[in-house]
Write a protein that binds this ligand. Structure first.
Ligand code: MG
Length: 394
């Protein structure tokens, strides 16, 4: 982990009795995936989050394993830790579990808010540059009344200065850990209250009206509707990439992340992985973010000999930061030799691992040019790729 890391703690240790039958609400199905899987993916896919730790109830290990199975291969997913009796205890235990390898920043988020978006996460992290803490919140627009035990109005509360707190709530790690230790034994309703009690400066940044907390059974119906609406509002874009590298004397080539013994190597300032370069350009093309050279100038010695996965990871992160997702990739390698067929499966798996996609969403094909042209003469190897990306329509 880098020495300026940001870790997300997702609190999923509650029992959620108010959400009705079917076990703790964070494990209930929402459009084909457990609520917790939606929530965790939002943080795992965010380029500024370095790790995700989920705090679970000691009785829920089996539910957790089932719910999180689709995300298990994600390298940012840390092992879960057990929570405590109250939410505040769970957060403290989560913070303590990170102490040995302490991050700079921590974002604390409720598992029952699966609709947190990339922009809200970015805003909270951004505000930590100038504040001890920052929370997602929304200004109150309704008129607020104070009532007595007979439900009679006793006052109208001025709403100008009122905000509804959401999560994520972000903090400098050392400060919030200390504040949680100091607050042990008190009951405070959120982590911002723990920070406030310790005298920390906590900023309010805009949350999102969609970032609702699933509390009652009827919230699930609303959540399904919201998810359906969000899916309807995605648009699909396709990008194309093309790359060529020349052969030179050597003993292996790297294609789509897989090393293949060969009597030549590909010439280039990075590892010359022509397949990965074409795919990176295809993804960048789908989101109109220029090309590989714009992000990694060949003139910069920093990228000499670089593993091309760095380029592909950058393209992946740019998609995620736009709230998008890659839905399909298709790579065609064009050469007489080496033989690609025996390595296609490994190539698909290698690309799938980097892009956090199922290998079923990745195709790798190969063709020759019937000995015609530079590829046919064995002077170089070409690759073409397309990428399909779903992006929020706006
Ligand atoms: Mg290239």
């Amino acid at each position: 982990m880098n020495d300026n890391a940001t870790i997300a703690i997702i609190v999923a240790a509650g029992r959620g009795a108010r959400a009705g039958a079917g076990g703790p609400k964070q494990y209930r199905d929402l459009a084909g995936k457990a609520v917790i899987a939606h929530t965790a993916a939002a943080f795992l896919d965010h380029s500024q989050i370095d790790g995700v730790r989920i705090i679970i109830h000691p009785d829920d290990h089996q539910e957790y394993e089932t719910a999180i199975a689709p995300l298990l291969s994600h390298e940012k997913l840390l092992a879960p830790v057990n929570g405590g009796a109250e939410r505040q205890d769970s957060v403290r235990l989560g913070l303590q579990s990170l102490e040995a390898n302490a991050p700079t920043r921590v974002l604390i988020h409720d598992a029952a808010r699966p609709f947190v978006d990339a922009e809200t996460i970015s805003r909270v992290i951004g505000a930590l540059a100038d504040n001890d803490g920052a929370i997602a919140a929304l200004p109150v627009h309704d008129t607020i009344k104070r009532g007595n035990e007979n439900a009679q109005i006793t006052a109208t509360v001025p709403r100008e200065a009122l905000w509804r707190a959401q999560t994520p709530q972000g903090f400098h790690f050392d400060k919030i850990l200390k504040a949680h230790h100091a607050a042990a034994g008190q009951t405070l309703t959120d982590d911002a209250a723990v920070a406030e009690a310790a005298g920390l400066a906590v900023a309010l940044v805009p949350g999102s009206p969609d970032n609702m907390k699933l509390t009652q059974a009827e919230d699930f119906g609303m959540a399904e509707t919201l998810l359906g609406r969000k899916r309807m509002m995605m648009e699909y874009r396709t990008g194309h990439g093309f790359d060529v590298h020349a052969f030179e004397p050597g003993d292996k080539v790297t294609l789509c992340g897989v090393e293949i013994a060969h009597d030549q190597k590909l010439k280039g300032h990075s590892d010359a992985d022509v397949g990965m370069h074409a795919l990176t350009d295809a993804i960048l093309g789908a989101i109109s973010e220029g090309d590989i050279g714009d992000h990694f100038p060949p003139s910069d010695p920093k990228w000499k000999g670089a593993a091309s996965r760095v380029f592909l990871e950058k393209a992946r992160d740019l998609v995620a930061d736009k709230g998008g997702r890659i839905t399909h990739c298709d790579v065609t390698l064009i050469c007489e030799a080496p033989k690609i067929g025996p390595h296609r499966k490994a190539m698909r798996e290698s690309l799938a691992q980097i892009l956090n996609l199922d290998a079923a969403r990745i195709s790798v094909k190969a063709t020759t040019t019937e000995k015609l042209g530079f590829a046919g003469r064995g002077e170089g190897l070409a690759a073409q790729a397309t990428a399909t990306v779903a992006l929020p329509a706006n």
